[in-house]
Write a protein that binds this ligand. Structure first.
Ligand code: BGC
Length: 510
């Protein structure tokens, strides 16, 4: 009797489990291999009036080293000769910078020498027909020492010159306040032994920096991006340990205090920028930009790949933005659930950086540590860029329309681009046209209120731990010949798009 009940219960439980797994499997969208979204075959695709066509750089990648955590890391790498290139881009060993030692001291220290070339670079952007440029204001340049109560005057003067030049060239500035890099002193332990964003006084210091920026640069700047790709910062710095502070924690939950401080930093910056703009009768548009990717299950039939690809999409693309919307920070696959005062609703727009599609091979035993592949080994013929990334334009359409659906806010594309070293960079031209087409479709078919398309990057620059090898610039920089600039063929195509505020019919074919 007991045996029979036991068996029946077991079979019942098994049946329920099977139904649950089957439901989850069916309810989880499978892999979408649509490369380009269906749309008009060959018509000129006109963009809305006032659309921003821009190109971006960030301070540490294009300008001289400051007294920052990244500079300290680079000096350490150099001292210890840690230049391991890994087997491919993206596989540089933790603690190393790919081939860093092969570049001259001038290049290592000045990166793309934007300080001495900004007038030329901004004039080139204008000559192409762009109307926007994204830069970053570096915290370490304004506050190289912790005891400073006012920003370094020469730092302020530098950004004043750059912004004046943008005004002169009629380029609208988009300004990022944290593009992965902080002053070196920020990583000295405080009295409780905490470093960086976990210091007790982290937001006090950050607030001082943001207040100084707001005081000096409002109303010159309206478009503010408080944080660049917080998830990349968190994973690369605290989990994969490839960016400073080079830590290897188990997962995002183990870095929950950093996650929370970044959200707090965003909310504080939002308040400061709006308060200053309000007091001066100026406008401010404030948000973050998220590295949104198209995550696909590697093996479409495999429940682990499907379910985990969906979880990763939520955790990587949307959790941080959801937290800003609701004021509640939740970290997937953990019990972290915190209410953050003053956070809810502090975004005027959704910033999207989009590059490529990645494939997820899940492991149900370790759901937070899936394998992430830049290409599907089952599709070996698929073309890749110089960094081994495929071009998947439909993914941009998918993230733009999803962002619009979720948040009902304007969307600004603050980065999109590819690595192609050739002077006649056919790969970049194809990538550019195909992605711009998806933006048009997202606006006209997908109902997304997209306001900008900003290419990464205006000029070749330092690609973090992958060093100077990958070339993402519309304009090439010759590091061996005095940082000489030369526009690639794609710059001309991009200029044509920007000047006509449209994608000409000849390029609009999928
Ligand atoms: C970052 C840039 C980087 C680019 C290309 C983005 O993740 O914001 O700093 O150079 O991608 O990898």
């Amino acid at each position: 009797m007991f045996k029979r009940i036991g068996l029946a219960a077991l079979l019942g439980a098994l049946a329920i489990l099977l139904v649950l797994v089957a439901w989850l499997y069916v309810a989880t969208p499978g892999r979408d291999d649509t490369r380009t979204t269906p749309g008009p075959a060959a018509a000129t695709l006109e963009f809305p009036a006032g659309f921003f066509w821009g190109a971006a750089i960030s301070g540490h990648q294009a300008e001289a080293q400051q007294a920052s955590d990244w500079t300290a890391f680079e000096e350490d790498v150099l001292r210890n000769g840690r230049f391991d290139a890994g087997t491919a881009y993206g596989t540089t060993r933790p603690g190393h910078i790919r081939d860093f030692g092969r570049w001259s001291e001038a290049v290592r220290r000045q990166k793309s020498a934007f300080e001495t070339h900004y007038a030329e670079d901004l004039a080139a952007a204008r000559a192409l027909g762009l109307n926007a440029v994204r830069i970053s204001i570096e915290w370490a340049r304004l506050f190289p020492r912790p005891d400073m109560t006012a920003p370094a005057p020469e730092g302020i003067a530098y950004y004043e010159r750059v912004l004046a030049e943008m005004r002169e060239q009629r380029l609208t500035p988009f300004v990022t306040l944290f593009h992965y890099v902080s002053p070196q002193w920020f990583f000295e332990p405080d009295a409780s032994g905490k470093r960086g964003w976990e210091r007790r006084d982290a937001l006090e210091h950050w607030g001082r920096f943001v207040t100084a920026v707001a005081d000096h640069f409002i109303p010159d700047v309206e478009h503010w991006c408080t944080l660049n790709e917080p998830m990349v910062y968190l994973y690369s710095g605290y989990i994969d340990g490839v960016y400073p502070p080079l830590e290897h924690r188990a997962d995002a939950a183990a870095a929950a205090d950093v996650y929370q401080a970044l959200l707090g930093a965003h909310a504080l910056a939002y308040r400061i920028l709006h308060a200053t703009a309000g007091a001066r009768g100026a406008r401010a548009s404030v948000g973050i930009t998220q590295a949104a990717q198209a995550f696909a299950p590697l093996r479409d039939w495999h429940p682990a790949d499907r379910v985990i690809a969906r979880l990763v999409t939520q955790a990587w693309n949307w959790d941080f933005l959801d937290a800003i919307r609701s004021g509640r920070m939740r970290i997937a696959a953990s019990d972290v659930d915190r209410q953050i005062a003053g956070l809810a609703g502090t975004q005027d727009y959704i910033g999207i950086n989009y590059y490529t599609r990645v494939f997820i091979r899940g492991d149900l035993a370790h759901p937070t540590r899936p394998a992430v592949l830049y290409r599907d080994p089952a599709q070996p013929d698929e073309p890749v860029n110089d960094m081994g990334w495929t071009s998947y334009p439909h993914g941009l359409y998918a993230v733009l329309t999803e962002a619009a659906r979720r948040y009902a806010k304007p969307v600004f594309i603050l980065e999109n681009g590819t690595a192609d070293d050739a002077a006649d960079d056919v790969g970049r031209q194809r990538y550019l046209a195909a992605h711009v087409r998806e933006v048009w479709l997202a606006i006209h078919r997908g109902g997304a209120d997209v306001r900008s398309y900003i290419q990464w990057s205006l000029i070749d620059n330092f690609e973090w731990v992958d060093g100077f090898g990958p070339r993402l610039g519309l304009i090439a920089v010759d590091y061996e010949n005095g940082f000489r600039r030369s526009p690639r063929a794609s710059a001309r195509l991009y200029g044509e798009i920007a000047r006509s505020n449209s994608l000409p019919a000849t390029y609009a074919r999928p």
